[in-house]
Design a protein around this ligand. Structure first.
Ligand code: NAD
Length: 347
């Protein structure tokens, strides 16, 4: 590709957004012309029964145990249920990135359309990326066909998120936006999304933490998380996501908590080499963005360090070596010492 030429691909997605949007599910299924539907909903979804009822006679298979990192064995199990039901012509997912991931995996095998109803801020519903695990190894594939064609954002479905998940999931979303801001090849559209996403998250997250039942603030946060997910879809993720992938894979760590604890440390390192991101984030934060993100991360009442997550100190160097051996695109050059130092701070 010619140096300096940016490429931006937009994927056609129909998005419904707003309190009560879930009540339009039956209409959206109708719009697809689907008549036999697979419904995936995580165990914490109190609205799952209501949505199953709305699907009525179209509901052919219901599955309630999606798992993080989309194990292939779980997809196999669902495919058996689908085969026993004589096949399905659409999949509806209700839940976080784990439920959405299972819907993508089924769609990847069958080609059926997806309706995603996200209940966290992870953003997978607006990316063409599918990560799956088999025999302890996570493999990621990207195909525009994997991205759900319909997304229903209903902030009322996020009211049940515990405060801890709200905080870590929102910081996970913020990490997508921050990495978009320092991606040197980000298009103007990606930068606009990333800036608006970071602004929306840093403004609405403190409001949501203060008033977790505030549907309007939850809606603002969810809209910002949508934009952040769109950044994940189009920007190149750098050191932050690489550390999360390598650490998460090596020690089987919780996705959102890991992102939340790493972000400020990576920002402290990278922002020195990323003046555009530094300038925009400082304007949004009204001061030092690293301090703003650290303050938010410190409010988490669960594990706040890699040490508390169970990562051994003597494992950090090999993580740093693996990252430096095959680095993701990053605004600041890496060596084993500097990556080890970031990890040691997070430890
Ligand atoms: P998750 O979907 O595993 O959910 C975390 C926990 O919160 C689960 O126990 C779930 O049941 C519960 N939960 C979800 N929504 C809730 C709600 N509204 N109220 C109460 N409890 C709720 O976690 P996640 O962080 O959303 O997603 C992580 C997974 O998604 C990982 O596998 C990650 O790799 C993947 N992911 C993929 C992409 C992509 O682009 N492919 C992007 C982001 C995340």
């Amino acid at each position: 590709m010619t140096d300096g030429v940016k490429v931006h691909t937009s994927i056609a997605t129909r998005v419904l957004l707003g309190p009560g949007a879930r009540h339009q599910l039956a209409d959206e299924v109708e719009r697809l012309g689907a008549t036999v539907v697979l419904f995936v909903a995580g165990p914490h979804q109190t609205e799952a029964d209501e949505l199953a009822e709305a699907l009525g006679e179209r509901l052919a298979v219901r599955f309630g145990r999606p798992l993080v990192h989309t194990p292939v064995a779980v997809t196999d199990e669902v495919m058996d249920l689908v085969a026993a039901a004589g096949g399905v012509d659409a999949v509806v997912t209700l839940g976080g990135g784990s439920a959405v991931g299972l819907g993508k995996a089924v769609s990847a095998r069958t080609g059926i359309p997806q309706i995603a109803i996200p209940t966290t801020y992870a953003g997978s519903e607006v990316t063409p990326v599918l990560g799956e695990t088999a025999d302890g190894v996570k493999r990621t594939r990207k195909d525009l066909a994997f991205q759900p064609g319909t997304v229903v954002y209903d902030p009322e479905l996020t009211l049940t998120m515990p405060v801890g998940l709200t905080l870590t999931s929102a910081l996970n979303a913020l990490a997508h936006a921050v990495e978009g801001l320092w991606d040197t090849e980000a298009s103007p559209v990606t930068l606009a999304y990333a800036t608006e996403a970071a602004d929306g998250i840093l403004t609405s997250l403190p409001q949501v933490l203060a008033r977790p039942d505030d549907v309007a603030a939850r809606g603002e946060l969810q809209g910002a998380a949508w934009l952040a997910g769109s950044v994940l879809a189009t920007a190149r993720m750098g050191l932050h996501h690489q550390l999360a992938h390598v650490l998460g894979g090596a020690y089987d760590l919780p996705h959102a908590e890991l992102h939340a604890m790493l972000l400020a440390h990576v920002m402290r390192f990278n922002l020195l080499a990323a003046p555009r991101a530094q300038g925009r984030l400082a304007r949004i934060a009204g001061g030092d963005p690293v301090a703003a993100v650290s303050r938010l991360a410190r409010r988490f009442e669960g594990p706040k360090t890699l040490r508390e997550l169970g990562v051994p100190a003597d494992g950090l160097r090999s993580i740093a070596e693996r990252v430096v051996a095959d680095p993701y695109p990053n605004p600041r050059a890496l060596d084993v010492e500097s990556v080890h130092e970031i990890l040691a701070q997070a430890w």
